[in-house]
Ligand binder design. Sequence first.
Ligand code: HEC
Length: 178
Amino acid sequence: MKTKWLMTLSFLVGILASLLVPVLLMATGMIDVGADAKPGLIERTLAPWARDRSVAKRAPQEKNPQAGDPAAIATGFDHYRATCVMCHGAPDVPGAELSAGLNPPAPSLGDQGDDTPDGELFWVIKHGIRMTPMPAFGPTRNDREIWEIVAFIRHLPDLTAQERDALRAATDGKAHHG
Ligand code: HEC
């Protein structure tokens, strides 16, 4: 009877200690919150995995209702130039200066052969990704506009020279996208 009680007690103490140790480490200020600090193991491995699982679970299953529509791609281009290219750049278009200091960095979008489903692009643009520089555009853009952006992302590998120049002009060209 007594050993059972002792076991329960040491189990509880163990749980408490494992909660307390990380809090004490945080209290010392040892976690470097600088955006230029190298991310730790959890941030590099577990966090991207949890993000992908979260997006896959929440993303709508539907296909882009505006896929391939030239008018949607043209409007999507305007949205992209105003709100995305500074961070994500485009093929042969570097992001703006601020893109060099993002942590995590902004990936290039719409690469040839990218099989990210339409719904996942839509969800990320609408809701953003917490604790990263990726903002939510749902507060300022309606669903139709977000699907137009998705339509334009699919067009990124086939930019015309004119579109590329217009995107380049929208960034200050000081940083290199990568
Ligand atoms: C302030 C910088 C910034 C802006 C502006 C921004 N993004 Fe992002 N975006 C990011 C970062 C950083 C990530 C990576 C987040 C991560 O690693 O989880 C990201 C991730 C994404 C992803 C997920 C890509 C993947 O491979 O997982 C998509 C899609 C995306 N952004 C689209 C857009 C679109 C479209 C716009 C404009 C409407 C936009 N972003 C505007 C910084 C930005």
